[in-house]
Write a protein that binds this ligand. Structure first.
Ligand SMILES: NC(=O)c1ccc[n+]([C@@H]2O[C@H](COP(=O)([O-])OP(=O)(O)OC[C@H]3O[C@@H](n4cnc5c(N)ncnc54)[C@H](OP(=O)(O)O)[C@@H]3O)[C@@H](O)[C@H]2O)c1
Length: 286
């Protein structure tokens, strides 16, 4: 069996490689330079030359939520058009296609966790581009997995956890919003659980995050306590920052569907952050 990982330098792409290395599995991993998935000619060329894949995992994405408000075309190319094209390529070869979406497809007006049955209503260009991408993939190919996740953190790229750690090194006061609530998700857990899901052949739409829920404030507080920061943390509100993209208040995804399918409980976000901090230490980043 041969697996292709696209977007291999990102958080999730990196953790898929580590997982397959540990499992002694064969894969090919390509980053932006080896395969720019927004360039249809290059994509066709690549797949004409490399036809042997049984599973294609798309970890590439346009994730800059604020920049997307003005860099709209690039965002749609990467988050909508590219997955659609990759699904079309998989359809020709029969390969399983896996791609990722986000809690930002929801408007956050709900007060209980969002399930796969809930109707998206994105508030931002990023959310809309992801929603369009997932809809096209699910419509056009029946051997596809679309996995929505939230607040991803991992060793390979920048993320909120690393930002908090960096801020703590130079600041004695921090102010973090408590009116954005979702679930931090460790890309290592995301890769491992995605792989378990892929092996079931039960294709379709899934929500997959760590368990529990928290605000950005609670996430930062947890990390700052763990690393022994002595500064003062205060509560801020989203409106204080006047960011280009609108944020939803509550977008926790329910992972019940996948937990039932796999017959297991997904680790809590605090447990995931504990393991991430150990990984940071082991990699000399903390
Ligand atoms: N990060 C989050 O908080 C979050 C939240 C919800 C959902 N998700 C979704 O989860 C998935 C994995 O996210 P992640 O956090 O692992 O993302 P990430 O760390 O930002 O990685 C994305 C990768 O895509 C690559 N890329 C950019 N443009 C490309 C192109 N044209 N062709 C090929 N590769 C390209 C990037 O390369 P460069 O670094 O060289 O640009 C980067 O290595 C994505 O679908 C993302 O949208 C993420």
């Amino acid at each position: 069996m041969m697996i292709l990982i696209i977007g291999s330098n990102g958080q999730l792409g990196h953790d898929f490689q580590k997982l397959f290395d540990n499992l002694n599995m064969k894969y090919i991993a390509v980053d932006y330079k080896e395969l720019d998935i927004t360039n249809n000619i290059k994509v066709e060329e690549f797949f004409n030359k490399n036809k042997e894949f049984n599973i294609i995992i798309n970890c590439a994405a346009y994730n800059d939520v604020d920049k997307a408000e003005t860099d709209t075309e690039k965002c749609y190319l990467l988050n909508s058009k590219a997955p659609e094209k990759l699904a079309e390529i998989c359809q020709k070869s029969g390969a399983i296609f896996v791609t990722y979406s986000t809690d930002f497809v929801f408007d956050g007006h709900q007060k209980v966790p969002y399930t796969e049955e809930d109707i998206p209503n994105p508030l931002s260009v990023y959310g809309e581009s992801k929603y369009k991408g997932e809809t096209e993939v699910l419509k056009s190919y029946d051997k596809a997995y679309v996995i929505r996740t939230s607040w991803v953190f991992g060793i390979a790229n920048n993320n909120f956890n690393k930002q908090v750690i960096n801020w703590s090194k130079s600041k004695n006061e921090l102010s973090i919003v408590d009116d954005q609530i979702s679930v931090p998700t460790y890309s290592k857990d995301l890769a491992e659980l995605s792989w378990e899901l892929i092996k079931t052949n039960k294709f379709g739409l899934y929500h997959l995050t760590n368990s529990g829920e928290c605000s950005k404030y609670e996430q930062a507080k947890y990390i700052l306590e763990k690393i022994g920061w002595n500064g003062s943390l205060s509560v801020a509100k989203t409106k204080d920052f006047n960011l280009p993209a609108k944020r939803a208040e509550y977008t926790k995804l329910s992972s019940e569907k996948i937990e039932k399918l796999l017959g297991k409980k997904i680790p809590d976000w605090r447990d995931a952050i504990d393991r991430f901090l150990i990984e940071m230490k082991n990699e000399g980043e903390l």
